[in-house]
Design a protein around this ligand. Sequence first.
Ligand code: MG
Length: 234
Amino acid sequence: MSPKVITFDAQGTLVDTRWSPARLGRDLIDLLSLPVDREAAPARLQASLGSRWVEYQAVNLLRSEIEGDAFWGRLLGDWLVEYGQPASRLDEVMDATRDILYGPDQDYFSLYHDVMPALDAIRSRATIGVISNWDYSLHRILRMLGVLDRFSFVIASLEEGSEKPDPRLFGIASGRAGVMPAEMLHVGDDPIDDLEGARNAGMAAMLVDRSRFDCVPPYIASLIAIPEVLRWTS
Ligand SMILES: [Mg+2]
C-alpha cells in the first residue's frame, strides 16, 4: 500500500550536521579574538550545556525561538564571565553566534544532495513531514536551508518531551498528520531510533545508507530511490 504520509529524520537523513557546542565555542573564540583558553573553554561550553540539560529541556517545551535563544544567552553569558570576560561582550557574542550558525557563510548545516530531488518527486503523492531528535532550532535551520515549506509538519523531540525511538513521538506525528500509523512511512538513518521506533509505532520504515550501491529492504542507497521502492509509476 502506498503511504499517505512520509516522514523524514533530520540529522543524517535530510541534514548533514557539523555542529557541536565545543565547535561553536572555538569559532567564537577565533572570530572575536576572545582571550580565553582555546582548548579548555570550548570543552567547558559543551559541558555546561550538558549540566543544564534539564533546564534546556524545559525551555524547549515552550516552543519559542525567543525563549530558546534566551537560554543560549544565559549559557554563553555565564561562560564569558567564568573565563573573566566582561558581561558587556554578550551582545557581540550573541550576534557572532547567529552569524556562525545561521549566517550566509555558515558551515554547520547543509542538505544532502538527494533531498530536494526526492522531496520534489514525493510531494504530489504524499504528505511530507519531519520527525527528529532535535531542539527548537530545527524549524529555523530547515527554513535557512530553504526546505521548511516543503513539510506539512515538523516535529522536534525536545519540543514534545519525547524522543525517538519512543513510539510516542511517532504517535504525535500521526496525530499531527491526521492518519493512522499504518498509513505512514518513516525514512531515517538509525536502525534503533528510526527503524525500530517507527515499526514499534505501527509505521513502515526505510533506512537510508548513502554508502550502499543497492537498495535491499529496509535499506535505500539514496532518498531518490523512494518512489521506485514504493513502485510509484511516474
Ligand atoms: Mg538521524
